[in-house]
Write a protein that binds this ligand. Structure first.
Ligand code: SF4
Length: 146
C-alpha cells in the first residue's frame, strides 16, 4: 500500500482552498493500493488557511500563529491511520508519494520559514515520521519508481 498526499489526487485541502492535482500520481493510484491523507486538515486546520512554514522547531503561519500542535497531531494521526489501514488490508506500506516542499509533506527540501519562497534542506513533519519508519518517499516532482 502506498501513502499519497491527498491534494495530489485533486482534493481541495491545499492552504489556498485548491489542490495540486497530478495526473501521473492519479494514474499510479488506478493500479496500486493506496491511502490518501492530508495531515494538515487531519490536524484540524481548515481549507483555505494562511500558508505555514517550519521555523526552527515550530510551525508558524504567515499571520504569526503557532500551529505546531496542529501539525504534529495531524501528522501522527495520519500515520496511525496509514498503519491501521495497512493492517486492515493485510498489506505493508511500500512507499509514499508526497507533495514537494510542504511543511507537512515536503521531502528533502521545504520552505525556509521566511515566507519568501526560498527552500532549505529538510522534511515536513509528516514526511519525517514516515522516514523515521524507513518508508521510502518520493515527491510528485520525481518519476514514480514503483
Ligand atoms: S498537508 Fe500535504 S496533503 Fe495536505 S494540502 Fe498540504 S501538501 Fe497536500
Amino acid at each position: 500500500m502506498y501513502v499519497i498526499s491527498k491534494c495530489l489526487l485533486g482534493h481541495n485541502c491545499k492552504y489556498d482552498g485548491g489542490n495540486n492535482r497530478n495526473e501521473a500520481v492519479i494514474e499510479f493510484c488506478r493500479t496500486h493500493s493506496y491511502i490518501a491523507v492530508c495531515p494538515e486538515t487531519a490536524g484540524g486546520l481548515p481549507a483555505p488557511r494562511p500558508p505555514a512554514e517550519i521555523r526552527g522547531k515550530r510551525v508558524v503561519d504567515k499571520e504569526g500563529r503557532d500551529l505546531t500542535f496542529n501539525f504534529r497531531e495531524g501528522a501522527y494521526g495520519s500515520f496511525l491511520d496509514c498503519l491501521q489501514e495497512a493492517a486492515a488490508r493485510e498489506e505493508h506500506i511500500d512507499g509514499a508519494i508526497l507533495k514537494a516542499n510542504s511543511p507537512s509533506c515536503g521531502y528533502g527540501q521545504i520552505y525556509d520559514g521566511t515566507f519568501s519562497g526560498k527552500l532549505k534542506a529538510g522534511n515536513g513533519i509528516f514526511a519525517q515520521i514516515l522516514e523515521n519508519d524507513n518508508i521510502e518517499i518520493i515527491t510528485e516532482k520525481e518519476k514514480i519508481k514503483w
